[in-house]
Design a protein around this ligand. Structure first.
Ligand code: SF4
Length: 278
């Protein structure tokens, strides 16, 4: 049994230390960013996009590729191994019936349709699966990763239903998913935030870059470190909006190479724009 260190000798949690220091040095910064970006892009409304297993597989397909390619690969799975199950709607349908991609999603959104037959995908010849999802890029890695994830879910839960995760504390649910080979905190957090509204921050390349520039995270903080910082920085009802808005800002305004600071509402408090900003 590991001896418990006295409180004074325990290592401080760097994410908690940063979040506390930021609140003291630059009070209200996270709320300011959410409020200003909500004014620019519209306040995002939490909405479940897909069932959790579909969300997980779509997120695996989207790793290191454009969202448009990953949704083409997912559609190809639906065609190759149809399930005839209930139809899910990925796109957002407005009051006038017009369809739009889900908030924060970079593709056109999946057409309404049933999930693929996950049992058939798990049992498929790996070469056939790789060919079907080739359009999504990195198919040689993603094919085995998808089958391994489906196998683990079936063996550990008795089926292809991740609904039981809703009953777990968020970090336990995240750790359950992260224990699946090839699933990191970003992928796990996307599933848990979008499907169950859990207060976890998926940190993709846009969130990572914009957070560093504004100074919400330290200059060298990577995705996992930022994930932990946001856990201490945001209230439970801020995660969805913060995630979606930071992605939108990274795509539309705070470009990696040429950020449009002259038309950015965050500029007065952004450390990239003004190194002394508070
Ligand atoms: S001021 Fe510039 S660097 Fe800062 S968030 Fe806006 S666009 Fe990005």
């Amino acid at each position: 049994m590991t001896a418990r260190l006295p409180r004074s000798r325990r290592r401080p949690d760097p994410a908690l230390t940063w979040a506390r220091s930021l609140r003291r040095r630059r009070p209200g910064l996270a709320a300011f960013v959410i409020e200003r970006l909500g004014g620019l892009y519209g306040v995002p409304a939490p909405a479940q996009r897909l069932d959790p297993v579909s969300e997980l597989v779509l997120t695996i397909l989207s790793q290191n590729t454009a969202d448009l390619n990953s949704e083409r690969a997912f559609e190809a799975l639906r065609v190759a191994w149809p399930s005839g199950g209930p139809v899910t709607t990925h796109r957002v349908v407005g009051p006038d019936g017009t369809e739009a991609p889900p908030e924060g999603w970079g593709g056109v959104g999946l057409a309404p349709g049933a999930p693929p037959n996950w049992s058939a995908v798990e049992d498929a010849d790996i070469g056939a699966l790789i060919e079907v999802i080739r359009i999504g890029g990195l198919a040689n890695q993603k094919g085995p990763r998808i089958q391994s994830a489906l196998r683990t879910i079936r063996e550990r839960s008795g089926g292809y239903d991740l609904g039981f995760l809703a009953a777990l504390p968020p970090r336990d649910a995240r750790d359950w998913l992260v224990a699946i080979p090839g699933i990191g905190r970003k992928t796990a957090s996307i599933v848990l935030l979008f499907c169950f509204g859990m207060p976890l921050m998926p940190v993709d390349t846009h969130v990572e870059r914009v957070s560093r520039r504004i100074g919400l995270a330290p200059p060298k903080a990577g995705p996992d470190e930022q994930h932990e910082i946001y856990a201490h920085l945001l209230a439970a009802d801020q995660f969805y909006a913060a995630h979606v808005l930071l992605i939108q800002h990274g795509r539309r305004t705070c470009d990696a190479r040429r950020p449009a600071c002259d038309r950015c509402p965050i500029a007065p408090r952004c450390r990239f724009f003004d190194p002394k900003a508070e």
